[in-house]
Design a protein around this ligand. Sequence first.
Ligand code: ADE
Length: 342
Amino acid sequence: MTERVVSGKVQAEDAGLDFSLRPRKLEEYIGQDKAKESLAIAMEAARQRNEPLDHVLLYGPPGLGKTTLAYIIANEMGVGVKVTSGPAIERAGDMAAIVSNLQTHDVFFIDEVHRLSRVVEEVLYSVMEDFTLSWVVGKGLAARNINLKVPPFTLIGATTRYAMVSPPLRDRFTHIHRLDFYDSTALAAIIRRSTRILNVPTEEGGVQELAVRARGTPRVANRLLKRVRDYAQVRANGMITKQVALEALAQMEVDQLGLDDVDHKLLRAIIEKFDGGPVGLETIAAAISEEADTVMDVYEPYLLQLGFLERTPRGRAATRLAYEHLGIPYNRGRPTTQGPLL
Ligand code: ADE
């Protein structure tokens, strides 16, 4: 896959940047007001009781700040944080080793928690409930159940696929928050904060151009800012004005709504190859040489949010708005059919 400047996914270039720009306190975290308020109350209550915060599940498209929130929670609670991801833990024993090595009240962050294997996930069930590891040693008649206490801790799970988190795991989280795309006012505030940290001179017009093209995603906003900063330094006098931002974004082929050539390819494939749809996810993915999972997690959410795509019972369809955005005449009325969502 080509590296997209507007992808919500983490890319190598984000690693250092992400850390310096990442807010460390809840009060510095912009947007997601509902999740923020609920978590602030829960953290205050847990601190007063001298208990760990109850387990938290965060879900939503990539790049909206799930990992950032996990670090903020650890920081606000004054505890350590251990980070892993669902596919990285292969054996039940690995999970048992991690949880038994946590310090009291630590945050244990599992990204892509929907990708834990069933056996690994099962280790978590009793641990999440009462901080007891239940372990079967031996086989057949010699099998014995061992119960081992682990330090009380907070599990924070993050996922882009809420529906794929198994119900028994989902039920063990007390706090479940969906992170939504940010509006351009929140994104502009995030960009202004980043320009102060990075010490980049900017005009408000430049900030606004970045904010409206950041696909509702702070990670994209910060990545665009970094690229436009380079452009301003090399092709102008270093100041990100509206004009400099426009030129840089044109050079990066990011359009007025933040769509890039992959989004255009995807929409054009549906419109030109499949008569506007509906067409199945796998077929679209094959047409643009991408994985179906990538299309679903990375490209689709923002196109759905813009109202350019719709999920119909028989697959995805491009809407009138998508045709208009691409400058393709819209001359069709589609019948709708009842059935399961594909
Ligand atoms: N960087 C990434 N997400 C952020 C947020 N929600 N607020 C401030 N800075 C951020």
